[in-house]
Design a protein. Structure first.
Length: 507
């Protein structure tokens, strides 16, 4: 067996390929981007053949950069964007572009699922609300609008599963990715016959769900030649990007929690049982580990809100950063640090793209409340960081209200580079924040760990506790906690009072 793990992370903007050694050290990485298409309003698609091109390029590029020999690759594993819909024929040829997670065309289909099965039943079976975001609505949209493709589809695949088929000729998915389809029996770890039958989706059109740690098959001759590898390398299925990120953050045991802070943001925990929130504020994915679950709450505009501030409030910092090769966010943080916690009673509602958890309201909008003559743009920027923290606190409270004991939260994602933001989160959450050494590579690391477990390099996913390193522990501070505890209920009340306004603006 070789000494290196080849991990592919098929994201929304491109494929990130990484090589890890047997000690979990990152040896080399390569990124290859691909385009996204928006043919009509609410339509978001990609060409799956671009995925294959990206995997081929990045694999060869990795081998060149690292000088690792093809025979030294022990396993190939995957992480992938979730909730897609790719119809393929019997030999794996795509019948159209893949409809990806961000696509919202299936609004009528989601309503049909609600009428035929019911919101509560779907939530209890799948762990998720009914939404056009999930694969079921997209498959139904094909049935209603592109019937020839629906009838001609041999399988409906998710992004990474298409590449796994290209490598092994096996029709498989994993529990974590399947759990983002609105069609998967979360506890039973199988497709839900009840839901699929009610919707008229033949189960034989879905790939076989298996553990993320299973070997799907071996790399066959033709793709091995195209990738510059040797045939026979085991291919481990891996998982959806959220579950892989959890593993890459070291969240692999009951009660572990992490906060991904990127353009969007979510809090997720590892749990031995699904969490069914009575208000449907949160949802539950399957973890990479069989029998383990990942209750999650996701908000839309976290880093995206601070990005808006960068582009509209910090133009000067952006120009200076470009001249000196710095990040504009570093300069913005320096300005924000001069303002007091609570931003002198300025509150920001971070709903630039509507909201998922906890409100599930597409009409919600971003709002500044409490502006006075003494407020500066630095106050506005700090209020944005705090507003994201307040909204994440609602998600955290949803878990705490279910009796889950969360003592500390691991932080990953690009937003975790900001120590200031991490400190604000610690104060608002009233919990220690652990900034991880690996922030943006956590997803590919989680995929690599799954691959290593699958072929016996690592004994179990719990090896993540040893491989994932903590850079810094940030503890909350009493005086700042007091300030945020006073503002938090005002933040909650502001959203409720503005609901009629949001509905009128969104109409």
């Amino acid at each position: 067996m070789g000494n290196y793990i080849l991990s592919h992370d098929l994201g929304t903007t491109g494929n990130k390929a990484t090589l890890y050694d047997r000690e979990g050290n990152l040896v080399a990485s390569s990124f290859y981007s691909y385009p996204t298409y928006y043919p009509y309003q609410n339509w978001v698609e990609q060409n799956p053949l671009d995925y294959w091109g990206a995997v081929k390029f990045s694999t060869r590029d990795l081998l060149t950069k690292s000088k690792v020999k093809p025979k030294d690759i022990a396993v190939i594993s995957f992480s992938g964007q979730m909730m897609g819909c790719l119809p393929v024929d019997r030999v794996g040829n795509p019948l159209r572009n893949i409809i990806i997670w961000a696509d919202q065309r299936g609004i009528r289909e989601a309503e049909f699922i609600r009428e035929k099965v019911g919101e509560e039943k779907v939530y209890r079976i799948t762990g998720h609300r009914i939404s056009p975001t999930y694969s079921a609505s997209k498959i139904l949209w094909l049935k209603n609008n592109e019937r020839g493709i629906f009838d001609g589809a041999y399988k409906f695949l998710l992004a990474k599963d298409f590449i796994v088929y290209k490598l092994t000729a096996k029709w498989v998915t994993d529990y974590s990715d399947a759990s983002g389809t609105n069609l998967f029996d979360l506890v039973g770890e199988k497709w839900s016959e009840e839901i699929a039958s009610a919707l008229g989706i033949p189960l034989e059109k879905l790939p076989e769900p298996r553990s993320s740690l299973d070997i799907a098959g071996e790399l066959t001759d033709r793709p091995a030649e195209e990738l510059g590898l040797v045939p026979g390398i085991p291919v481990v299925i891996g998982g959806g990007d959220g579950a892989c990120a959890a593993c890459g953050a070291g969240v692999v045991e009951e009660g572990d929690a992490y906060n991904y802070l990127g353009a969007s943001s979510w809090i997720a925990i590892a749990s031995n049982r699904p969490i069914y929130d009575p208000h449907l504020r949160t949802f539950t994915f399957h973890h990479l580990e069989p029998g383990l679950f990942m209750p999650t709450g996701t908000m839309q505009s976290a880093g995206l809100s601070y990005q808006w501030a960068r582009d509209n409030l910090a133009v000067r910092e952006k120009e200076i950063a470009l001249d000196f090769g710095l990040s504009p966010y570093e300069l913005m943080d320096l300005e924000v640090e001069k303002t007091p916690p609570g931003s002198d009673n300025l509150i920001f509602l971070p709903y630039l793209l509507g909201e998922r958890s906890p409100h599930w309201n597409p009409n919600a909008r971003g709002v500044f409340i409490g502006i006075t003559p003494r407020h500066t743009r630095a106050h506005l920027m700090r209020a944005i960081l705090e507003g994201v923290g307040f909204n994440l606190r609602i998600i955290l409270d949803a878990f705490l209200s279910q009796g889950i004991d969360i003592k500390e939260i691991r932080l990953i994602g690009g937003g975790g580079k900001s120590r200031l933001w991490a400190s604000i989160l610690a104060d608002i959450f009233e919990r220690d924040i652990l900034r991880m050494e690996v922030l943006e590579e956590a997803t590919s690391l989680g995929s690599a760990i799954a691959g290593g477990v699958g072929v016996g390099i690592f004994r179990s996913l719990k090896v993540a506790k040893e491989l994932v390193r903590i850079k810094e522990r940030i503890m909350p501070e009493g005086k700042r906690i007091t300030i945020y505890k006073r503002l938090y209920p005002i933040f909650l009340d502001a959203y409720e009072r503005l609901l009629p306004v949001f509905d009128r603006l969104g109409g």
